[in-house]
Design a protein around this ligand. Structure first.
Ligand code: ZN
Ligand code: ZN
Length: 177
């Protein structure tokens, strides 16, 4: 008899592997001057409900795909980097299209330029990168209902507890000199 897998479990299992044929994939800014390619599946995807992400986007949260900077390639267009404050106090560098100033990705924390936090909404197919975790939900807007099966944490989390092993290894590699 065929065993039925509940959709939420199936989704979790898909999340726990880096194997996919969906990448490389492409994205762009809102004016189209900048186009980029992701050569690999991101390591992990954050849905961040912190007040900085809310203010910066004017929305309820930001969806950021964490990927090695070396796997983000600009196909065309000019970018500008701007330093902004963050929850941690360490600041983030936001990379924007020089023409329309759409935010494309950011560099944060210890990983700095080695890792890009790519704005999932700029992908041509943002459905490729659903959240793997909801973070800073202590400041989540009350109307936002979380029922996508992804783990939920009030603030931040330990990478080793939530990331697939392969992604943990990729992250370590990305930080190596
Ligand atoms: Zn643009
Ligand atoms: Zn945030």
């Amino acid at each position: 008899m065929k065993q039925l897998i509940p959709p939420a479990k199936q989704l979790m299992e898909q999340r726990m592997t880096n194997e996919t044929t969906d990448f490389p994939t492409q994205g762009k800014c809102s004016c189209g001057a900048v186009e980029y390619q992701l050569t690999k599946k991101p390591m992990f995807v954050h849905c961040c409900h912190c007040t900085y992400c809310q203010r910066e986007t004017g929305s309820a949260f930001a969806v950021n795909a964490l990927i090695e900077h070396s796997n983000v390639h600009i196909i065309k267009g000019a970018i500008t980097s701007i330093v902004n404050p963050t929850n941690s106090g360490a600041g983030q560098t936001i990379v924007r299209c020089s023409t329309c100033h759409s935010a494309l990705w950011s560099h944060y924390g210890a990983a700095k330029e080695r890792v890009a936090f790519l704005r999932v909404g700029t992908l041509n197919n943002p459905n490729l990168c659903p959240p793997d975790i909801h973070i800073f939900t202590s400041t989540k807007q009350a109307w936002v209902q979380l029922n996508d099966g992804a783990p939920v944490v009030e603030e931040y989390y330990r990478r080793s507890e939530y990331w697939p092993e392969e992604s943990v290894a990729r992250y370590k590699n990305a930080l190596e000199p």
